[in-house]
Design a protein around this ligand. Sequence first.
Ligand SMILES: [Zn+2]
Length: 471
Amino acid sequence: MGFDLVLKNAKIPQGNRTVDTHILVKDGKIAGFTNDLTGIEVAEVIDAENNLVLPGCIDSHTHFNDPGFTHRENFATGTQAAAAGGVTTIIDMPCCSIPSVRSVDNLEAKLEVIKDKAYVDYAMWGGATGEDVRNNALYNIKEQADYGVVAFKVYMTPSVPTYPPASDAEMLEIFREVAKTGLPVGIHAENLDLCTYHVNKLRNEGRFDGPAWAEARLELAEKVAIQMAISFAEETGARLHIVHMSTGIGGVLVGEAKKRGLDVTAETCPHYLVLNAYESMTKWRQFAKIAPPLRTTRDNEMLWEQLADGRVDFIATDHAPYEIATEKEAEGMDIWTAFPGIPGVETMVPIIISEGYNKGRLSLSRLVDVLSRNAAIHYGLYPKKGALEIGSDADFTVIDLDYEWTIDKDKMYTMAKYTPFHGMKLKGKPVKTIVRGKLVYDDKNGIVGKPGYGQFVKRQTISKLERWIKF
Ligand SMILES: [Zn+2]
């Protein structure tokens, strides 16, 4: 039997060690591993040059804004950025499109618009808002779950006008309904009342410096929001997932909930691990403005520890770029009125490699967990995604661990040419990105894939991460 591709000279992770092998691919799937290619017929050869090959990395939290807000990003530019960042599958949020995704009709409308644009594979979050509760429309949850969304997103704070937040009681109703599906409910955990009050207070005091934003969206707002969400999960049996968790205290609470046997998981983002509010918001002001905000170096340290020991389950980016001229630094715009969001899909893998693995904060097996395997399991895509197993999709992120380079906002594929990581020196970089056996990005030639090659991936199954944590 002939093969379509061999990825030769690959170092693949096995526990905390690597194994040298050649990976055989047939029909877009991993078909075998061999040390000897003699007599094996292959149509195409890609040389991994003895670099580390991870199961294709997953960013399970993107806002690609398509259709509706494509002046910020669209599915072509967003998935090009993903490919360049070593990400083979993204999972897109339901909120930042027109219409927002809160029914199968809306989901199908979105899929129709993006189907010829994507360079990498994509799965979808489903949606439910306070408005759906008020309209007696929560039948939309089962409908979206049956269609193949991976989870449901709920906001406690306003994000975009097309996706209203849920009050506490409305959120409880959504938890009850999502619990019946067995899927996770992802919470943007910030207490709206505390945030609004302190934003107004600091603004009235005349604070217009960058760090004022972080001070106003206080740590306590995330802490009490997570505590309430955990209580709701305990009450309803829903699987709770804290998205973009920014505080160390959040990780402590999630760890305690896990110990009590609750289905509570969390993701954090590269910016909460390597940036702090004081430095980055002084330097970049609204270009480092996000919600929840950047925190302290103490939070950075705690989150690294929690990521290593399993209290934090995986990394995602909350990739949410805005148009610089109109939404970040328009005439008269200040730290309070600029839109909160930064791009991230392109810089996630290299930052975690450089600052996590290469600096000894994460073991090799943990690196695989947090960049690929755990998101795949959590969102029901495993082992199609997130695994280097026979029969898994041939998605590979090839990483040169010694590659020294500097993040440059002007060289990014994302539409918004800004990032608070601009100028950061890293060691380690994805040099080849392969999706279902096709090379889509190469460090020498840039994007080599085709728009429309990326496919919609429905949730395959319902699976959960083990609650095991080693602390
Ligand atoms: Zn988000």
